[in-house]
Design a protein around this ligand. Structure first.
Ligand SMILES: O=P(O)(O)OC[C@H]1O[C@H](O[C@H]2O[C@H](CO)[C@@H](O)[C@H](O)[C@H]2O)[C@H](O)[C@@H](O)[C@@H]1O
Length: 383
């Protein structure tokens, strides 16, 4: 099979239109299961190539629409969004949306009633969930108040952060040793050592404190390829003002948040020029970011399941997993919890968005409030 001709990396397109059945899962929410994908016996996916040319795809409105819709301008959310919410139309739309995705704060009693007699396991995304979206990805710092809330919640509930960032980078931002960390969208998990953890990609290692841990890296063989692609992407995008390439270890992010909209097609073209020669890599959309990742059957949902097993918490009767996240990649985790009907996904969004989550929180401030409420509830129920 010629792997180089006519190959187009599959791309996740627009979010699901508002109004689609909440239980229906749109294909754009299934980043690792593009139409026609075939699962092989290991973690790899075989994806049939499209017949259309790569250039046609990138210049099509689908690409640009996906790039435009990938994230609302964060300044509008931070500064003017409250004013915008005050406008009757937006307010009505958001309120209608909240009937489908009620506030996790407003529904707190309902959540904790369901949690009675169960162990809550908490999974948190980083960007847009624990830290507000900012222009410079290197400056997405977490506020101290949020760090304190996460530290407290981890004291009472097993807590893991599952991020698209590299595991080291997210640890550097969060700086709490009492958590479990999964980087590269779940492709790099540091979890507890378990006797029964005999997964082929698990190796014993030690954490920064010298404690024995389990390292799970299902895409480890992609490391040289990812580094090569990272260098090519840096080279190819260096003339595009505002473009930034980030090495997330097992995946690469190409940011276009600070690129003039007129040059977004150029960004997409540069990325495709590089990855067209790598049929084992694929492309997905995040918040004003194109993400290059290995074509393996692994995502944040699989990472949640893996961590629950590693923590000895996979007995769904006694455990209530809660996952809080804001991005498309978090949908894989929401979906696992929804389909297993044993946990809650909480979507962080200040705009109506289709999702597999059950509840919503408006922004990082509400996430912090939710974490604090969990701690207060746990303390009071222990009295
Ligand atoms: O899974 P996450 O922890 O949410 O990580 C997803 C991506 O987050 C980062 O990018 C996003 O946040 C940046 C900082 O606020 C923002 O500038 C950018 O536009 C967003 O896409 C991170 O830089 C990426 O590598 C992660 O994949």
């Amino acid at each position: 099979m010629d792997l180089k001709t006519n190959h187009t990396a599959p791309v996740i397109t627009d979010p699901v239109p508002i109004g689609k059945s909440r239980l229906g899962v749109h294909s754009s929410l299934l980043p690792y299961s593009p139409p026609g994908a075939v699962f092989s016996s290991n973690l790899f996916l075989t994806i049939p190539r499209k017949k259309t040319g790569i250039l046609d795809d990138i210049r099509s409105s689908t690409w640009l629409d996906a790039m435009k819709s990938s994230s609302p301008p964060h300044k509008r959310i931070n500064k003017d969004y409250n004013n915008e919410l005050a406008s009757p139309d937006v307010d009505v739309a958001y309120r209608a949306w909240m009937l489908k995705f009620p506030s996790a704060l407003g529904s707190f009693d309902r959540i904790t009633n369901f949690a009675k007699g169960k162990r809550i396991a908490l999974f948190l995304d980083y960007d847009g969930t624990l830290s507000p979206i900012v222009d410079n990805p290197d400056c997405a710092f977490m506020h101290n108040a949020m760090r304190k809330a996460v530290k407290m919640v981890a004291k009472y509930f097993p807590t893991a952060i599952i991020s698209g960032r590299s595991r080291d980078k997210v640890y550097e931002f969060v700086g709490l040793k009492e958590l479990y960390y999964a980087g590269s969208h779940g492709m790099d998990i540091m979890g507890p050592v378990r006797q029964s953890n005999d997964h082929p990609n698990c190796i014993k290692s030690t954490d920064k404190q010298g404690k024995e841990v389990n390292l799970f890296q299902p895409a480890s063989e992609f490391l040289p390829m990812i580094n090569e692609v990272f260098s090519s992407l840096v080279e190819n995008t260096k003339e595009i003002a505002g473009a930034k390439v980030e090495n997330n270890k097992f995946c690469v992010s190409v940011h276009y948040r600070n690129v003039d909209e007129k040059s977004w097609t150029t960004v997409a073209q540069c990325v495709n020029d590089v990855i067209k020669d790598y049929p084992r890599l694929r492309l997905s959309h995040g918040r004003k970011v194109l993400e290059v990742r290995p074509v393996i059957d692994w995502d944040k949902g699989k990472a949640v399941t893996f961590l629950l097993e590693s923590l000895g918490l996979s007995d769904s009767e006694d455990v209530l997993p809660i996952y809080v996240g804001d991005d498309r990649t978090d949908e894989d985790a929401f979906k696992v919890l929804r389909e297993g009907t044993y946990g809650y996904g909480i979507l962080v969004s200040s705009m109506p968005k289709e999702s597999n989550a059950f509840y919503s929180l408006k922004d990082t401030t509400e996430v912090m409030e939710f974490l604090r409420s969990l701690v207060a509830w746990k303390k009071s129920s222990a009295l």
